[in-house]
Write a protein that binds this ligand. Structure first.
Ligand code: 1CP
Length: 392
C-alpha cells in the first residue's frame, strides 16, 4: 500500500514559527465556516459535506483495500491522508477527521467491529445491567492515535478548520443494544421505555465517553465539533427530552469552556430541531425533510443551521442539483447563520465531480457583493455587507 507523501505531518509543526502558527489560528478563527457557526457576517456561504471522505472516492477505496475500517482509524498516517483526500478535489470550507463514531467504544474494549457493507456490529449486544461492566470510561491514553492525527492535520490544513466528532448517546446506544444497524431501533427503544434506570446508566456512560473523545480532539487542535446523533429521530419529542437530552446537554456543557462551535445533527429530527438546539449546540444540523426557512423557525433563536440538500439529488442531473442547491442557499439566508451541507452523508455512488461542482456553485451563488465605496454604511463593527440576511 502506498501512502501519498506527507509534506507536513509532525515535522512541519516543528519547523513553523510560533508567529506563523498564531497567524494560521487567527485565519481559521476568521474563516467563513467559523464565522457562520458564530452567526457572524460571511463573504459567502461556507460548505462541507458529511462523509466527504470515504467510499465515493476511488483514491480512498485504493488506500483502504488492504486495511480494515477500524484498523485504518488507529493509524494516524492513514487518518491524515484520508481526511485530506476530499480537500484535494473539493473547495470545501472545512475538513472532518476521518474516524468513526464507534472508535472510542472499541478503544474501551467493546467487542464491536465495522463489517464491510454492513456497518458496526456488536458480538454480544447490551441488554442488562451486567453489561454495563463492559463499558468503562474512556481515558485519553486509550486513543493516542486520535491526538496524533489531529495534530498532523492541523499543521497540514493551515487556515482550513478541522471538525472533530463523536457519536451521540442515542445512536451509540442503538448499536450496542440492537447489536448493529437496524431500521427502527426497536430493542433500543424497548430498553428506553422499559428500564429507565439501566437506560440512563448506559447513556450516562456513553456521554462520558463522547466528552473525553471530543476533548482529546479539541486539545489537539480541532476547531469545531459535531455530535452525530444520527438515529435520535427515532423517538418523539417528549421521550427525547427526558431520555436523551439530559445526556446530550451534559456533553455540550462540558465542551462550553473550550469555546469551540458545537454542531448537533440527526436524521429525521424535524420534530426535535428545537430540542437539538436546546441541548446546547451552537449549530443545528437539518436533514432534507424540513426546508431551512421552516427549520429556522423551529430552532431556538441564537442558533446557526447546517444542511440540507438531499444526498440523493446528487445522483440526478446537474440541472436538478443546481436548482435544488440554489433553493437551499436561498432558504438558508433566512437563518441567523448557514453552513451548506447535505441532509445526510454522501452516498457511495456519488460522482466526486458533481460534489466539486456543487462546492463551487455554493460559493459563487452565495457570494455577498462588497459595497461600492462610499455607498454603504460601513461601521467600525466590521464589514456589515457580509450578511446572511437581506441587506444585499
Ligand atoms: O469500509 C468502509 O469504507 C466503511 C464505511 C465507513 C466510513 C467511510 C464507515 C462504517 N464509517 C466511515 C467513516 C465515518 N463515519 C466518518 C468520516 C468520513 C467523513 O465524514 O468524511 C464519519 C463522520 C462517520 C460517522 C458515523 N459512523 C455515523 C454518523 C454519520 C452518519 O452517517 O449518520 C454513523 C451512524 C456511523 C456508523 C457507521 N459506520 C460505518 C457505517 C456504514 C455506519 C452506518 C451503519 C448504519 O447504517 O447503521
Amino acid at each position: 500500500m502506498t501512502i501519498l507523501p506527507q509534506p507536513g505531518s509532525a515535522n512541519r509543526a516543528d519547523g513553523v514559527s510560533a508567529a506563523q502558527l498564531d497567524n494560521s489560528a487567527a485565519r481559521i478563527d476568521s474563516s467563513p465556516f467559523m464565522r457562520a457557526c458564530r452567526r457572524e457576517p460571511v463573504p459567502y456561504t461556507p460548505v462541507w459535506f458529511m462523509r466527504q471522505a470515504g467510499r465515493s472516492l476511488p483514491e480512498y477505496r485504493r488506500l483502504r483495500a488492504q486495511t480494515s475500517m477500524l484498523e485504518s482509524c488507529t493509524r494516524p498516517e492513514l487518518v491524515t491522508e484520508i481526511t485530506l483526500q476530499p480537500l484535494r478535489r473539493y473547495d470545501v470550507d472545512a475538513a472532518i477527521l476521518f474516524s468513526d463514531i464507534v472508535v472510542p467504544l472499541r478503544a474501551v474494549g467493546v467487542d464491536i467491529d465495522i463489517k464491510p457493507g454492513i456497518g458496526p456490529v456488536v458480538e454480544r449486544p447490551f441488554r442488562d445491567t451486567g453489561d454495563l461492566a463492559r463499558l468503562r470510561p474512556l481515558d485519553p491514553s486509550d486513543v493516542p492515535y486520535i491526538g496524533e492525527a489531529v495534530r498532523a492535520l492541523v499543521s497540514e490544513l493551515d487556515e482550513r478548520p478541522l471538525i472533530g466528532f463523536a457519536g451521540g448517546p442515542f445512536t451509540l446506544a442503538s448499536y450496542l443494544v440492537d447489536g448493529g444497524p437496524s431500521k427502527n431501533h426497536d430493542r433500543t427503544k424497548a430498553l428506553m421505555y422499559g428500564n429507565p434506570e439501566l437506560w440512563h446508566a448506559l447513556l450516562g456512560r456513553l456521554a462520558g465517553i463522547a466528552i473525553t473523545f471530543l476533548q482529546v480532539q479539541i486539545a489537539a487542535g480541532a476547531s469545531a465539533v459535531q455530535l452525530f446523533d444520527s438515529w435520535a429521530g427515532a423517538v418523539g419529542p417528549d421521550d427525547y427530552r427526558h431520555a436523551v437530552l439530559p445526556h446530550t446537554s451534559r456533553i455540550f456543557a462540558a465542551l462550553e469552556p473550550t469555546g469551540v462551535p458545537r454542531i448537533h445533527f440527526g436524521v429525521g429530527t424535524g420534530e426535535l430541531l428545537g430540542l437539538l438546539g436546546e441541548a446546547g449546540a451552537d449549530v443545528v444540523g437539518v436533514d432534507w425533510r424540513v426546508p431551512l426557512d421552516e427549520a429556522a423557525r423551529r430552532a431556538e433563536p441564537g442558533k446557526a443551521l447546517q444542511g440540507n440538500l438531499d444526498p440523493a439529488v446528487l445522483l440526478a442531473s446537474w440541472e436538478a442539483v443546481a436548482h435544488r442547491a440554489r433553493d437551499v442557499i436561498a432558504r438558508g439566508r433566512t437563518a441567523e447563520g448557514h453552513i451548506f451541507n447535505l441532509g445526510h452523508g454522501v452516498l457511495p455512488e456519488t460522482d466526486p465531480d458533481v460534489l466539486a461542482r456543487l462546492a463551487d456553485l455554493v460559493h459563487s451563488e452565495s457570494a455577498r457583493t462588497p459595497p461600492e465605496p462610499g455607498t454603504h454604511d460601513l461601521t467600525e463593527e466590521g464589514p456589515r455587507e457580509w450578511n446572511n440576511g437581506s441587506v444585499w
